[in-house]
Ligand binder design. Structure first.
Ligand code: FRU
Length: 492
């Protein structure tokens, strides 16, 4: 019964009980993917921040373990990262056992500083370093270290933030204990109110041998859908400092929905071909995170995404690099037998869906749409999680060909009244490619994640529909094909 509540995500991670926010310390080690996270062991609102812990062998099925690093007195354990110290540079390893080292922000009333802890039993138990803090600038706000091994300089690198100044600081270390500042990054064009939870990772460019550095930043406010969100920069990193190659004013968003925050990437992933980085985010927004109508848990993670770049070349202009985000391949085995339709007449499609009836999935499915938008048409609109009894409740998604926008409207998606900032219609700019728009829509019991045009644009939103909101209806024109596949739950 633990994972059976009405709003319980069936194929996303959520804690058995209590509050979670940011994913922390994503790392692969010895056959296990580790997901640590900001966790309150004592309640379902933010507080007593502790590193919660879950592990997976496939990045899809998760097992929640006891909390890893508890708050200590009034010092809370804020966000951070985790590395596998293969060469035992830290000296924490004993008898040939490779240490995992966590780097996190210790939060006190008037001070945030960077601390480390290590584990010699694959992340199950942790020992705090006796000489903490490892970096202390005597500041109230100084947090969210992302640490990784930089092969070319043979150094550990840390990116950490001064949130209100919107400044990323870079440090280097040979041993995770002594850190030397090596650079800074700021961006005058950032629409964010503050920056939190940075991530810096080198990613491959599709169809080339090139790689570029991706700097992702969480925006404490000022995101396109309102409140929390994420932006990114692309550029060079020499082990000391990041230089953006985007033109000033070229602001890039990671996601256009309301519920995508604090995403970071895995360290130490097994080498597999030219695979991109893999990220997980917190599917939430600080505007209402403490008020979500779920129990006994509050908060969930997004699907893991593979991050890559594409290089778009128009003759005569310099190449443009863009982020592409695709749900990881490992999710494929969850997909069941498809309902397929091709045609142009939505009335005929609705008829066929009606006939298919109870053989269609109700609240956990992948919807794949292909559209051929015409400039003058009204475009395609889909009502999903629609209340089949009175039809007053539905989440609308679709494409507006005149404005060239993807949209999701959750104004009447079910429970919306717990916060004035929850209901709304959110849009993202999206142009047809070769005359087509494709939408991959991952529907779960309390969320909708849209991947448009093969990951060019993503939009992540929570919804809280009633138990009879299981219908789906199509409107408008320009639709060419539809596939609906049930998604198997991950909780056994
Ligand atoms: C982001 C954040 C981080 C901080 C953590 C505290 O959501 O505010 O900046 O480390 O949450 O829980």
């Amino acid at each position: 019964t633990t994972y059976r509540q009405a709003f319980r995500p069936q194929y996303h991670f959520s804690p058995r009980a209590n509050w979670i926010n940011d994913p922390n310390g994503l790392v692969y080690f010895d056959g296990e993917y580790h997901l640590f996270y900001q966790y309150n062991p004592y309640g379902s609102r933010w507080g007593h921040m502790t590193w919660g812990h879950a592990i997976s062998r496939d990045l899809v099925h998760w097992k929640e373990l006891p909390p890893a690093i508890p708050e200590e007195g009034s010092t809370m354990i804020f966000s951070g990262s985790c590395v596998v110290d293969k060469n035992n540079t830290s000296g924490f390893g004993q008898n040939g056992v490779i240490p995992m080292v966590a780097v996190y922000t210790a939060h006190q009333t008037n001070r945030q500083s960077q601390h480390i802890a290590y584990s010699l039993d694959r992340g199950r138990t942790w020992t705090k370093y006796i000489a903490n803090p490892v970096i202390d600038l005597n500041k109230k706000d100084f947090r969210d270290p992302k640490v990784f091994w930089h092969e070319p300089t043979q150094r550990w690198v840390m990116v950490v933030l001064l949130p209100a100044e919107k400044k990323a600081l870079f440090y280097q270390s040979p041993n995770l204990k002594q850190w030397t500042k090596s650079g800074e990054f700021t961006a005058a064009d950032s629409p964010a109110t503050i920056w939190e939870c940075p991530d810096l990772v080198e990613v491959p460019v599709d169809g080339t041998l090139e790689r570029k550095w991706l700097l992702m930043l969480s925006m404490g406010g000022g995101a396109p859908a309102g409140g929390s969100g994420m932006q990114y920069y692309l550029g060079r990193f020499d082990g000391k400092s990041f230089v953006s190659e985007l033109k000033p004013g070229d602001v890039r968003y990671v996601d256009w929905g309301k519920d995508y925050y604090a995403a970071i990437t895995f360290n130490n992933l097994p080498v597999r071909g030219n695979r991109g980085a893999i990220s997980i985010g917190w599917m939430n927004n600080w505007q209402y995170a403490n008020d979500l109508p779920t129990a006994p848990f509050r908060g969930a993670m997004t699907l893991p995404r593979e991050l890559r770049l594409v290089k778009l070349q128009n003759s005569g202009t310099p190449a443009r690099y863009e982020l592409r985000q695709r749900p990881i391949q490992e999710l494929k085995p969850l997909l069941g037998a498809p309902f397929r339709w091709t045609g142009t007449d939505v009335a005929q499609l609705n008829e066929q869906l009606h006939t298919a009836g109870s053989s269609l999935p109700t609240d956990t499915y992948l919807l794949t749409l292909e559209l051929e938008p015409k400039q003058i048409s009204p475009g395609v609109r889909v009502q999903l999680r629609k209340n089949s009894q009175d039809e007053t409740e539905a989440t609308a998604i679709g494409y507006d060909p005149v404005r060239q926008q993807l949209f999701l409207d959750r104004s009447r998606s079910g429970q919306t009244g717990f916060s004035k900032d929850f209901p709304g219609r959110f849009t993202a700019p999206l142009k047809p490619q070769n005359g087509r728009v494709t939408l991959q829509v991952w529907v779960d019991r309390s969320s909708v994640e849209i991947f448009a045009n093969d990951g060019q644009v993503t939009m992540t939103n929570q919804i809280f529909p009633g138990p009879s909101a299981t219908g789906i209806t199509f409107f408008g024109d320009g639709l060419r094909s539809v596939i609906i596949q049930p998604i198997e739950g991950i909780w056994r």
